[in-house]
Design a protein around this ligand. Structure first.
Ligand code: HEM
Length: 405
């Protein structure tokens, strides 16, 4: 990393940040100052908990930078991606955001989520019981649980699962802070195919409604969603509904395998209480959040941490860095499964706070509990922890192989 002070008077960091050294980079950012300028990403960046959390809850910062001059370098190559991915409610600001989010929240009821638990436990047990020899927890355990949950909610046919995983991977690669045209072309192709599938499913639900989330969305809800909004929302739910959760599950399991004291604590909780303490789930999410980096645009002139910024500045928010800020967390580099003061930002905060947080927490709980239970009957050994996926937005492993005897 090299430093100069040219952008907004901020220390400027040049040089790519790599997944393998991500937390070291977040620490360097935090220690350099409340804000730094990341030259390669063209953004002001913060890894401080108070600033990340403040920006997420401040309406002078927005997801949608189109009104303040944000430019998409791949716009001409990616009309479908812009229509259905950039056009989803996650990328909008209130009031457009609130209109769609309200409809989704209503359809995303506690009753619908809690009905999933027995089926998900069954899926988890089947994956572990049926496994002999080596099992890759990313593809053979976390993916069936995470994709199974959101697919069940949306009643997505089983024969579409493989395509949805592959399209989702291609789509989210375009969220990285700097990408080439090859990534844009692939993301566009995937979005077009994904949208065509969802359009067919929506049409089918309209002529034959069922008691599922997709039928509720296809009906448009009280806000009378347009077809584009419905398709964009379903793609967002299918995509956000499994990408982050797969990594959350495998990151958490890797952590407890690598920290036997944490494993024992959880094993004891499952044995004595029948479930894992909420504080333990929150701590695993704090320590290794699957989503590390989000951004907002300054929508007007603002002063942030003493630095005046004009409208149209991209502000990067390092959630993973904020989660380990020693100004906010006692002993942040230690996994403390009893941590009670834990305002982690892994699900974000403010108007865009993760709409799937309770579903994701349920999936994480089931996946860890069933995994720990299985180890009481069988010896499980971590045989290959894979590599970090090539991303600074998502944090997860390419694979996580265990041997079951
Ligand atoms: C452990 C797993 C998950 C993590 C860590 C996570 C994290 C996040 C974060 C940080 C945001 C905020 C984005 C922002 O502020 O710009 C978010 C938004 C969102 N998440 Fe999740 N998520 C997870 C699982 C899920 C699941 C299972 C769903 C399923 C429906 C989901 C759906 C969404 C949606 C739709 C949004 C956009 C909300 C909005 O813009 O109002 N997420 N998620």
């Amino acid at each position: 990393m090299s430093f100069d002070r040219s952008h907004f008077g901020l220390p400027t960091i040049s040089g790519a940040t790599r997944p393998g050294t991500l937390y070291r980079a977040w620490t360097a950012v935090r220690e350099t100052g409340p804000l730094v300028y990341m030259e390669d990403w063209g953004m002001v960046l913060t890894a401080r908990h108070d600033i990340v959390s403040g920006v997420l809850r401040d309406d002078r910062f927005g997801r949608d930078g189109t009104g303040v001059g944000a430019r998409d370098p791949h716009a001409e190559l990616t009309p479908d991606w812009n229509r259905y991915v950039r056009g989803s409610f996650m990328e909008l600001d209130p009031p457009a955001h609130s209109r769609v989010r309200r409809t989704v929240s209503q359809a995303f009821s506690v009753r619908r989520i809690s009905r999933l638990e027995p089926g998900l436990r069954e899926k988890a047990r089947t994956a572990l019981d049926g496994a002999t020899g080596t099992l890759d927890l990313v593809s053979g355990y976390a993916t069936p649980i995470a994709l199974g949950a959101i697919s069940e909610l949306l009643d997505l046919p089983q024969d579409c699962h493989e395509s949805v995983v592959s399209w989702s991977h291609d789509i989210v690669r375009l969220f990285e802070p700097s990408t080439g045209t090859d990534v844009a072309v692939q993301a566009e192709r995937a979005t077009g195919q994904f949208a065509a599938l969802v359009e067919d499913l929506v049409r089918a639900r309209r002529s034959n409604p069922r008691d599922d989330l997709l039928s509720a969305l296809a009906a448009g809800g009280a806000a009378d969603l347009t077809d584009i909004e419905i398709i964009a929302t379903v793609i967002l739910l299918l995509n956000a509904g499994h990408e982050a959760t797969v990594h959350a599950i495998t990151n958490a399991i890797r952590l407890i395998i690598e920290h036997p004291d944490a494993f024992e604590t959880i094993e004891r909780q499952v044995e004595m209480e029948g479930t894992i303490d909420d504080r333990a789930i929150a701590e695993l999410l704090r320590f290794e959040p699957p989503l590390q980096l989000f951004h907002r645009w300054t929508l007007r002139e603002v002063e942030l941490a003493g630095t005046p910024l004009p409208p149209g500045v991209k502000v990067g928010l390092a959630l993973g860095g904020a989660n380990r800020d020693p100004r906010r967390f006692a002993d942040p580099e230690t996994i403390d499964l009893h941590r009670s003061d834990n305002p982690h930002l892994s699900f974000g905060s403010g108007v865009h706070r993760c709409i799937g947080a309770s579903l994701a927490s349920l999936e994480l709980r089931i996946a860890i509990e069933e995994f720990v239970r299985a180890t009481t009957a069988r010896a499980i050994e971590l045989t290959d922890a894979g590599a970090w996926i090539d991303s600074v937005v998502f944090r997860g492993r390419t694979g996580l192989s265990v041997t079951l005897r």
